[in-house]
Design a protein around this ligand. Structure first.
Ligand code: HH2
Length: 278
């Protein structure tokens, strides 16, 4: 039986590993000119990822990198909404990467169909909004908050604790009225985790998949891959990302969040064919 992830106005069949392409709208310049140039570039990038085979485009206007400073809601919405609208009009399935319900609401109104919330509904208005709008939702685990999360991540048993937290957040979502079929869970690679924690979570993915929800993994170009390979430039971590995501797919990931769509499309075509076998 093929599972599916219910999203606003439809569903995504999980008959193969689905690719979520990353579209960042995070300008260094806050001037209007800078904003427009950044938005045009983000739309062009999104269209390119779509042509490469992305199943979903994840549009985000606030960096969650360790040490990143928060962006006010109005500025974040002003960045992402026009990009969401243009990419949705071009036929893409859009998820909005935000932890703010007001930004999610504006993005859903502009055509987004999924909310990717790295705080798993910490904003009390988020889960009721997702329920009301019938959106798909990604609930991610994070220890602490982006500004400080890498200072001293600590777990007794990282896989068990992350699974328990995600289970609790999924219950909170359904209690708020979100359909269970609309929920995907994400262990939050790199979010308040050491290299050992990240590796343990990727090894332990089956324990998270056992909770019964589709699992999303986002290891793309992340720091622990740089540490393992000695590759300092994040853009040069394609092979490392592929290795992590192919093995994640084997261990139960249904969706991978990636920068390099073309390479993942090819690698996962082979991985999925092998996984389908007897
Ligand atoms: N990682 C980042 C952002 N959003 N969402 C989910 N569900 N899972 C992730 O692992 C995840 C995420 C990392 O964010 P950042 O460091 O800002 O960079 P980029 O968006 O380019 O990956």
């Amino acid at each position: 039986m093929t599972r599916a992830w219910r999203i606003r106005g439809g569903s995504i069949p999980l008959d193969r590993t689905r690719i979520m392409g990353i579209v960042n709208v995070t300008p260094d310049s806050f001037s209007d000119g800078g904003r427009h140039a950044t938005q045009d570039a983000a739309v062009a990038h999104g269209l390119a990822l779509l042509a490469e085979g992305a199943d979903v485009l994840d549009v985000g206007g606030e960096s969650t990198r360790p040490g990143a400073q928060p962006v006010p809601a109005e500025e974040e919405a002003a960045r992402v909404v026009p990009v969401v609208r243009r990419l949705a009009e071009a036929g893409a399935i859009i998820s909005v990467d935000t932890m703010k319900a007001s930004v999610a609401q504006a993005a859903l109104a502009a055509g987004a169909r999924i909310v990717n919330d790295v705080t798993a509904g910490r904003d009390p208005a988020m889960l009721p909004l997702v329920a009301r709008e019938g959106a798909g939702v990604v609930l991610m685990h994070m220890q602490g908050e982006p500004r400080t999360m890498q200072q001293a991540p600590r777990y007794h048993d990282v896989v068990k604790e992350v699974a328990q937290h995600l289970h609790e957040r999924a219950r909170a979502a359904t209690a708020a009225g979100v359909a269970p079929e609309a929920i995907a869970l994400d262990p939050g690679i790199g979010f308040g985790k050491t290299q050992e924690h990240n590796l343990a979570l990727l090894r332990g993915l089956p324990e998270i998949a056992m909770l019964g929800y589709p699992v999303l993994v986002g290891a793309s170009r992340k720091g622990f891959l740089g540490a393992l390979t000695g590759v300092a430039d994040p853009a040069d971590r394609v092979e490392a990302s592929l290795a992590a995501h192919v093995l994640a797919a084997e261990r139960g990931a249904s969706i991978v969040r990636v920068h390099d769509v073309k390479a993942h499309k090819r690698a996962l075509a082979v991985a999925d064919a092998l996984l389908e076998g007897p």
